[in-house]
Design a protein around this ligand. Structure first.
Ligand code: C2G
Length: 450
């Protein structure tokens, strides 16, 4: 029997998919079709799928060409499948020409001509309106963010806002955006959604005004400095039927989702302790290194270190304490937050102008998870046990440099209601973080003698 294999996402099943399956089948007498999981697609940078995997499998089945349908969920699986199923011919469309030539040592590799003028991307864009994005703040992070918007379909950055004209003009002329240096309301009229990346102390006000104008908002962390304000903003978003999301990038990366699964599925037993550390020695002039009111270690990095703690241990802690060491300029140079839960402990450690091992360690009764720096841009982690010889390594890469595209895709998924239920970073978790931020601000103020 001559076995042929082909793979794909097969999202919004269309004629191009039908035709490749038809031709693949005719190259042999038994066709195996590998349908990708959402997790695998996210790792390889396909972020906007509409159909879930069962729908995609069903659509392949309905063509009648597939004798066997399998699921593709990891890199390197093609080599395994070819050997496991005794495949003679591997088929893919010629948009992949050359990319799978390394499989020639196992079987024939055939690239068939792609059906012109049809693709899942066209169909997706047809279904969803192109959304206009405005960026508030034009500093370092906004630049990195802008670059990643190009990789998410359905959104286009069109305008930027910054009261500081010089920075604004430079940003807008490099990226061909409409500049707005005053008249925030007018800026809002030209867009559908906002990314707020201005200085920390300005976040909440920009967010509120955008929500009031009915715009969807993605805001850099920390979104607010107080619990009440966080509640108020999420309520406002609800009331106006808009999406509000705090931009804690780590939450949206595929590797972080995998880490959460392994931390909670019994692999390491009961979780007893979490230690999350993020430190950086930045440039002396940057706000995080010099702004005693709104900069410093915890405000800059604390959202990251609180994230795994709240995701894994939950929000029902019994108590928490905060301790900081201040630098000469008044910023918190190093801050430790200790949580006590009924059956566990957790520590967040952040440093600005201090360097420590930036790792995430999750201790359990059967073993522990260790994710090395930069675990907030996670690409993999280890599980270790009492038996030091035994180490399970998990790889969960992502495409792009900064992980922004996963956050943007999540934001769009929520707006277009294609992203499913909100679970990666819930409003309750974001509000719980604001409570810690509020207490931190009070503690630091007392310590600074303000
Ligand atoms: N295809 C085609 N004509 C089109 C569109 C797609 O022939 N107009 C083919 C693709 O070349 C691919 C198959 O249909 O062979 C599935 O396409 P996608 O669903 O886009 O999946 P893809 O990302 O190409 O998956 O492991 C996954 C594979 O490596 C590729």
């Amino acid at each position: 029997m001559k076995k042929v294999i082909t793979y794909g996402t097969f999202d919004l099943f269309h004629d191009g998919h039908y035709r490749i399956l038809e031709r693949a089948k005719s190259l042999g007498d038994y066709l195996i079709v590998g349908v990708t999981t959402e997790h695998f697609d996210r790792q390889r940078g396909k972020l906007n799928q509409v159909d879930d995997i069962m729908t995609r499998i069903e659509n392949v089945r309905k063509t009648g060409f597939a004798d066997q349908i399998i699921v593709e969920d990891h890199d390197g699986q093609k080599i395994e499948d070819i050997q496991k199923y005794g495949v003679e011919t591997f088929v893919l469309g010629n948009d992949w020409e050359g990319r799978f030539d390394y499989l020639k040592q196992y079987c024939n590799v055939v690239y068939l001509e792609r059906t012109p003028n049809i693709s899942s991307t066209f169909l997706r864009e047809d279904r969803i309106r192109m959304l206009r994005l405005g960026i508030v703040g034009t500093g370092r992070i906004a630049r990195r963010f802008f670059a990643e918007t190009k990789y998410v379909s359905g959104v286009e950055a069109v305008a930027a806002y910054n009261p500081q004209k010089e920075s604004l003009d430079e940003f807008c002329s490099s990226f061909s955006l409409m500049p707005f240096s005053d008249e925030y309301d007018k800026f809002l009229q030209n867009i559908d959604l906002v990314y707020v990346a201005s200085p920390n102390q300005t976040h909440a006000d920009y967010v509120r005004r955008a929500l009031e104008a009915g715009k969807h908002v993605l805001c850099e962390k920390p979104m607010t400095f107080t619990y009440d304000e966080a509640v108020e903003l999420y309520d406002l978003a609800d009331k106006n039927d808009t999406v509000l999301m705090e931009g804690i990038r780590a939450a949206y990366l595929p590797g972080f989702q995998q880490l959460l699964t392994v931390a909670t599925n019994g692999t390491i037993g009961d979780v007893c302790d979490i230690e999350a550390c993020f430190t950086r020695i930045g440039d002396p002039g940057t706000p995080e290194m010099s702004d005693a009111r709104y900069g410093g270690a915890f405000l800059e990095y604390g959202s990251y270190t609180l994230l795994p703690i709240f995701k894994i241990m939950g929000l029902d802690y019994e108590d928490f304490t905060i301790d900081s060491i201040l630098g000469d300029n008044g910023i918190d140079r190093f801050t430790k937050v200790n949580f006590r839960y009924k059956n566990g402990l957790a520590t967040s450690k952040t440093g600005a102008g201090v360097k420590s091992e930036g790792q995430l360690v999750i201790a359990g009764t059967k073993g522990y998870i260790i994710a090395q720096s930069p675990w907030w841009l996670i690409r993999g982690f280890d599980v270790r046990y009492e038996d030091a010889e035994r180490v399970d390594h998990y790889e969960a890469g992502f495409v792009g440099r900064d992980g922004f595209r996963y956050e943007i895709a999540e934001f769009l998924g929520k707006i277009n209601k294609t992203g499913g239920h909100d679970y990666k970073l819930t409003s309750q978790e974001s509000i719980a973080m604001a409570r810690v931020v509020e207490k931190f601000m009070e503690t630091r103020k007392r310590q600074q003698g303000f």
